[in-house]
Design a protein around this ligand. Sequence first.
Ligand code: NAG
Ligand code: NAG
Ligand code: NAG
Ligand code: NAG
Ligand code: NAG
Ligand code: NAG
Ligand code: NAG
Length: 359
Amino acid sequence: MRRENIFFLLILSEILYQTYCCPTSCQECNGSSQNCNTCKPGFFKSGNDCYACTKPCATCSTNATTCSTCVDTANQLTPTCACNSGLVMNTSTYFCESCSSNCQVYSSPTICTQCNDGYWLNGNQCSPCIKPCANCSLSGSNCSTCVDTANQTPSSCNCPSNYIINTSNYFCLQCQFPCATCQTTVSYCLTCATTYTIDSSTHTCSCQNNQYEVNSTPKTCQNCSSLCQTCKVSANNCGSCVEGLHRYLDNNQCICRQGYFQIYTQCFKCSPKCFTCIEQRNKCLICSDPNHQLILNYCICKVGYYEDSSMKCSQCQFPCATCIDNQDYCTSCIYQDYQSLIEGQCICNDGYQLYQLFQ
Ligand SMILES: *[C@@H]1O[C@H](CO)[C@@H](O)[C@H](O)[C@H]1NC(C)=O
Ligand SMILES: *[C@@H]1O[C@H](CO)[C@@H](O)[C@H](O)[C@H]1NC(C)=O
Ligand SMILES: *[C@@H]1O[C@H](CO)[C@@H](O)[C@H](O)[C@H]1NC(C)=O
Ligand SMILES: *[C@@H]1O[C@H](CO)[C@@H](O)[C@H](O)[C@H]1NC(C)=O
Ligand SMILES: *[C@@H]1O[C@H](CO)[C@@H](O)[C@H](O)[C@H]1NC(C)=O
Ligand SMILES: *[C@@H]1O[C@H](CO)[C@@H](O)[C@H](O)[C@H]1NC(C)=O
Ligand SMILES: *[C@@H]1O[C@H](CO)[C@@H](O)[C@H](O)[C@H]1NC(C)=O
């Protein structure tokens, strides 16, 4: 058998043997026993057995903490493998990291006992406070002081309800009036200041259509007068009039339309006899019929006319001089010297005959 082949078999038998019998921490057992001659790297031999070295030892001798080599060979020295001065051990990797300026007091090169402002003692090391915490303890968000001391209070350092936080500098920003509460920006309203109404599609607050804004501090919305559909500056300074009240806009006032008169706040229609009236339906200022005459604010048909069922003045029929209710019912006669009035009829006296000139 060639030398190489013998060597190969030896290795193979060794591997098989160890796989079945030798502890995994052992590099080489003594013969066929489980007694270890040499341990694997990272283990040290005590008696016939191998025990793991304690990090940051990479390898150790005599006991777990007497390091022969270190995890971080560049920054640690045997036998303790403590980090060189100015460095902090990362407790998960066991490598040394540059000692953050965040530690104020060390008890040893690797152990911080007091952190700088803005950091909290996280085990042996310093972790930053989570803004808006300025200082914190026991956790990053258990604030003892806040970034915005004027508006934030520990331990949460939340902004007040009518503020949002500036996510760049963690100061609170007040919602812009008339937003009462806002989101993302100071003018994106979630709720409105008192008396203001939200537009839920634009997230803005404003006075309602039939309101006006009063320049008080703070500003408020006030109702327009019941006559105004819209108004400005004051309740009675109308921009338009409410429909259906028989009013029109005249010099920012809502006035009763022509043919209507006002009692308290309501407009009522004048009598058909009146083109315009005042105080009551029959108290006319201008009559509606040219055959009316206005006497003490009353529209009365002129002499020779009677008031028909539609309250228009119609002419009395010959030979009535005056009539009532209809054109034929005379109350006086044209030829009164020769006629007698009998039950609304003008009857010629004896010896006279009615002769109509124009027919
Ligand atoms: C290996 O075992 C033999 C006997 O089985 C013993 O004589 C020898 O000392 C042992 N070697 C070590 C290193 O323990
Ligand atoms: C490890 O060994 C060193 C010196 O050999 C000794 O100073 C130290 O106390 C030992 N540690 C333990 C845990 O036995
Ligand atoms: C330790 O190192 C790991 C891996 O590099 C890193 O993720 C972790 O932040 C470090 N821990 C500290 C406290 O610096
Ligand atoms: C953090 O607290 C200390 C006192 O504990 C104080 O002197 C320092 O001003 C605080 N830092 C900040 C940023 O508020
Ligand atoms: C917050 O920190 C204070 C000390 O500043 C401590 O008394 C309190 O228990 C901490 N709270 C939490 C939830 O960690
Ligand atoms: C938020 O803070 C940043 C940084 O200080 C500043 O530039 C920005 O103007 C602030 N935003 C508002 C809305 O004030
Ligand atoms: C304003 O008008 C609304 C109805 O349009 C009414 O509910 C409210 O009470 C009014 N407000 C005031 C202060 O009069």
